[in-house]
Design a binder for this molecule. Structure first.
Ligand SMILES: Nc1ncnc2c1ncn2[C@@H]1O[C@H](COP(=O)(O)OP(=O)(O)O)[C@@H](O)[C@H]1O
Ligand SMILES: Nc1ccn([C@@H]2O[C@H](COP(=O)(O)O)[C@@H](O)[C@H]2O)c(=O)n1
Ligand SMILES: [Mg+2]
Length: 499
């Protein structure tokens, strides 16, 4: 983190897809996670979500964190950032947008009200966060609390990220700033505790001498004779501004955290909520029956391998099988269950669930057959039917060639197997057939490794009650109806007929 510099300097915060966070603009590195360099190998690769963040249609999740001075806003932000370690996070402090003081104001700095909304350049803050929301990089000013001014020649470059945290005493004051936020958190800490912390922080971190802080602090101690006569910055500005502007903005919060950073339960819940929001592909929000299995580095790694055109056949099959198994397990999790109790060897009763018995698989030949082994491995003795649909060229025309399905299929839940969902035409034809055979639409779970958005739209619009479980949603189809980036002809690669 730079001290004041005479030459122009960029302080890189978020770059190259890794996770960055918690870099304070007052010259203090607060978060241990921000110690990693932008290219650190310990930093995670961008998730599928992160990758799409650079696409301006994908907006980052913006969190506003407000609360009185020294309530623990920055501490809470650091905790959130640490727990969001697999996402790119940037922290923007409202303090960075303090206006510069005129010469006269500087001369009478103790008369200046840093706690009034007018002390901030809100237009600049709006522009900055607006750009970040659109996936653009911005230059954030660096504020020097010791000298009450911006470092005129240094700024921090903040790049596109998955999560933007905007923190400051008055970030909920202006409606336009509030409107940028997806989630608003108010850190609510007792006034006496805040005052004590502020005294300590301002002397240790902000270069204030003890007397000046005590002068600021006198409002809360003004029953003590020693401080009654002292003119008080805290009494004059900080406390009234808290009562007039900060506290009234608490009503806009979605979440109020009592005790700040000590409240680990609240922080955990907030992080869980953000994870859920980030993990959801936009299509999952449009179609609630589309499920993308939770991405992990193992899953990303396996996708990286099977999508690599240079991978050996053996490895392609091995890693495809691993991924298919995960999708199958996830799909099984969507089946209905009944409660079941068993007695354990300790003689105690364990209340669990019983698997759904009325079940079968149906593979769309030929690539769907690659998923049969995983299904058999999970469901002993499961019946698996087959549907063969012929694609006439690339014009979307389909023809049903062959079907062999269990006779009582209408009484079963069906796991429909096809590793790649592209246009959705063959899937729709297969689903149509299952419905003709009497399978209720809501009893069909369609399992894929990768899905194109076009295929999801096509299937979900026609069969809204059916569930789709996939491990990744790709970008789009190209002009030849192939999934991009995709992985080529899955069946040929899996069964070794791609030479
Ligand atoms: N739960 C806590 N227990 C003890 N000290 C804390 C706690 N939370 C914050 N602090 C300290 O109080 C001061 C103010 O906290 P900070 O998070 O910077 O507040 P804010 O950003 O709201 O002004 C800092 O010096 C910080 O280390
Ligand atoms: N030059 C300045 C500018 C602001 N302050 C005080 O900082 C407080 C806001 O920062 P928090 O981290 O406490 O939210 C605010 O209450 C201002 O009084 C300052 O001391 N000097
Ligand atoms: Mg702070």
């Amino acid at each position: 983190m730079p001290e004041e510099k005479t030459s122009m300097e960029y302080v890189m915060e978020a770059a190259s897809g890794a996770h960055f966070s918690g870099l304070r603009v007052d010259g203090l590195l607060r978060s241990s996670s921000s110690l990693s360099s932008p290219t650190s190998t310990s930093s995670p690769p961008p998730s599928s979500l992160s990758a799409t963040i650079t696409d301006s249609s994908k907006q980052p999740f913006v969190i506003g964190v407000s609360g009185g001075t020294a309530s623990g806003k920055t501490t809470v932000c650091d905790l959130i950032i640490q727990q969001l370690h697999d996402h790119r996070v940037v922290l923007v402090n409202q303090d960075s947008f303090y206006r510069g003081l005129t010469a006269e104001e500087s001369e009478h700095v103790h008369e200046y009200n840093f706690d009034h909304p007018d002390a901030f350049d809100t237009e600049q803050l709006l522009e900055c966060v607006g750009k970040l929301k659109c996936g653009q990089s911005v230059h954030v000013p660096i504020y020097d609390f010791k000298n009450h001014r911006r470092c005129s020649e240094s700024f921090r470059q903040v790049n596109a990220s998955d999560v933007i945290i905007l923190e400051g005493i008055l970030v909920f004051h202006d409606q336009r700033v509030r409107n940028l936020m997806n989630m608003k958190i108010f850190v609510d800490t007792d006034a006496d505790v805040r005052l004590a912390r502020r005294i300590r922080r301002d002397t240790v971190e902000r270069g204030r001498d003890v007397n000046s802080v005590l002068e600021q602090a006198s409002a809360n101690f003004n029953s003590l004779p020693i401080f009654t006569a002292v003119s008080s910055w805290y009494a004059k500005f900080v406390k009234p501004a808290f009562d007039d502007f900060v506290l009234p903005s608490k009503k806009y919060a979605d979440v109020i955290i009592p005790r700040g950073g000590d409240n680990h339960v609240a922080v955990d819940l907030i992080v869980q909520h953000i994870h859920t929001k980030l993990g959801q592909h936009d299509l999952c929000k449009i179609y609630p029956n589309v499920y993308v299995i939770q991405s992990t580095f193992q899953i990303r790694g396996m996708h990286t391998l099977i999508r690599d055109r240079e991978i050996s056949k053996h490895d392609f099959v091995f890693y495809s099988d691993r991924l298919i198994r995960l999708v199958v397990e996830h799909g099984l999790g969507h089946l209905p269950f009944t409660e079941k109790q068993v007695v354990t060897p300790t003689g105690s009763v364990y209340t669990g669930v019983d698997f759904c018995k009325k079940l079968c698989g149906v593979s769309i030949v030929r690539s769907g057959e690659s998923m049969e082994n995983a299904l058999r491995a999970c469901c002993k003795g499961i019946k698996i039917g087959k549907i063969l649909i012929h694609r006439d060229g690339d014009n979307g025309q389909q023809q049903l060639i062959y079907e062999k399905l269990p006779k009582d299929i209408s009484e079963r839940h069906v796991l429909l197997l096809d590793p790649v969902l592209a246009t959705g035409n063959s899937a729709n034809q297969a689903i149509e057939l299952l419905i003709q055979k009497g399978v209720p639409e809501s009893h069909i779970i369609f399992l894929n490794l990768i899905s194109a958005p076009e295929g999801i739209h096509c299937v979900c619009k026609r069969f809204p009650a059916l569930k789709i479980v996939t491990s990744e949603i790709d970008e789009a189809l190209n002009d030849e109806f192939r999934v991009i980036p995709g992985l080529g002809e899955f069946g040929d690669r899996y069964f070794g007929t791609d030479d």
